[in-house]
Design a protein around this ligand. Structure first.
Ligand code: NDP
Length: 295
């Protein structure tokens, strides 16, 4: 069997186009465009790349993007003062503080300071609580993007057995909650799970969010299962360079799974597309408008 390769890049592009298409109606209703403020502290190279892409994608969607670049020695108090100013700024609908922050800054204190209604990353405990309680709120971008891909491939997810490997607050846990909300029977696996291959073999939907290159092997997967690979790992390519791989053995699983996301080009592009979607949704809710349908 040869699995369908899920084209996250194309799906993300279409979502970005739907977001961009909805901006003019928001502007007509409010007299302004949705605004995203991204805050980056320090010079982490990967973070700089992510932040640049987020800014470009926001502008390409017709929204306002402001990036605040702070030096690595910024104090926690200075960062909290900036977050407070962004909370109070009516033109700002979304606030994203790029992680990781330098060690001397307490990430959870900074996330807690963001207005939950502007928390487009969905990391604030209020939004985590809303998700856990089944209430509307802003949902973390990566897992929401994974669910969008799953629904595109499978339609209604109700009744399916889902296994999520990884229980982080930004991917695994919200992923499990989103699948539960769609009436999947969910197992949340982690480093202490016993006989992980056997647990994975039960899954109609297998989501790997571990951070271990190609850990999930072909014989862990039920034939025909849908596999979502969240992992992004840079490894030696054996020819003096490096390459990106996911948390699953893509070549091996492609022979067994029904559908599978590649790395790169699967989940990765969805994260930024959903960030734009969350910014648009936050802008509508803050303006007392219903978010556009189909997002
Ligand atoms: P974390 O390191 O926060 O969490 C990893 C999880 O995997 C933990 O719950 C850990 O278990 C579990 N785990 C580690 N080793 C094993 C093992 N041998 N068997 C079973 N479970 C294990 O990672 P994140 O959730 O932040 O990220 C996961 C991956 O997704 C990374 O590769 C990251 O780069 C990628 N990522 C990709 C994004 C995208 O846009 N595509 C966005 C965010 C992340 P325990 O809790 O027991 O320690």
């Amino acid at each position: 069997m040869s699995a369908r390769v899920i084209d996250g890049k194309a799906f993300a592009l279409a979502l970005r186009e739907r977001v961009a298409a909805a901006v003019p109606a928001f502007r007509a209703a409010t007299g302004r465009v949705p605004g995203l403020s991204v805050v980056i502290v320090g010079e982490d190279a990967a973070s700089q790349v992510y932040v640049r892409s987020k800014g470009k994608a926001t502008e390409a969607a017709g929204m306002a993007s402001v990036t605040h670049r702070l030096p690595a020695d910024t104090t926690q108090a200075e960062l909290l003062a900036l977050v407070a100013a962004l909370n109070a700024d009516e033109a700002v609908d979304g606030i994203l503080v790029q992680l990781p922050l330098p060690r001397h800054i307490d990430e959870s204190a900074v996330i807690a300071a963001i207005d939950p209604d502007k928390d487009v990353d969905g990391f604030h405990v209020v939004n985590a609580g809303r998700l856990a309680a089944g209430l509307p709120g802003l949902v973390p971008c990566t897992p929401l993007g994974c669910v969008m891909l799953l629904e595109d491939v499978l339609g209604d997810l109700a009744g399916l057995d889902a296994v999520v490997i990884g229980r982080s607050n930004i991917v695994g846990k919200p992923m499990a909650q989103l699948l539960t909300a769609r009436s999947c029977t969910v197992t949340l696996a982690h480093s202490r799970t016993r006989d992980l291959p056997a647990v994975c073999r039960r899954a109609d939907i297998l989501v790997a969010a571990v951070g271990r290159p190609e850990m999930v092997k072909a014989d862990w997967v039920k034939p025909g299962a849908t596999v979502i690979d969240v992992g992004i790992n840079r490894i030696d390519d054996g020819a003096g360079g490096t390459k990106l791989v996911g948390d699953v053995d893509f070549a091996g699983l492609s022979e067994v799974a029904g559908a599978i996301t590649p790395v790169p080009g699967g989940v990765g592009p969805m994260t930024i597309a959903v960030l734009l979607r969350n910014t648009l949704v936050a802008a509508h809710l803050r303006a007392g408008l219903a978010p556009p349908a189909g997002l």
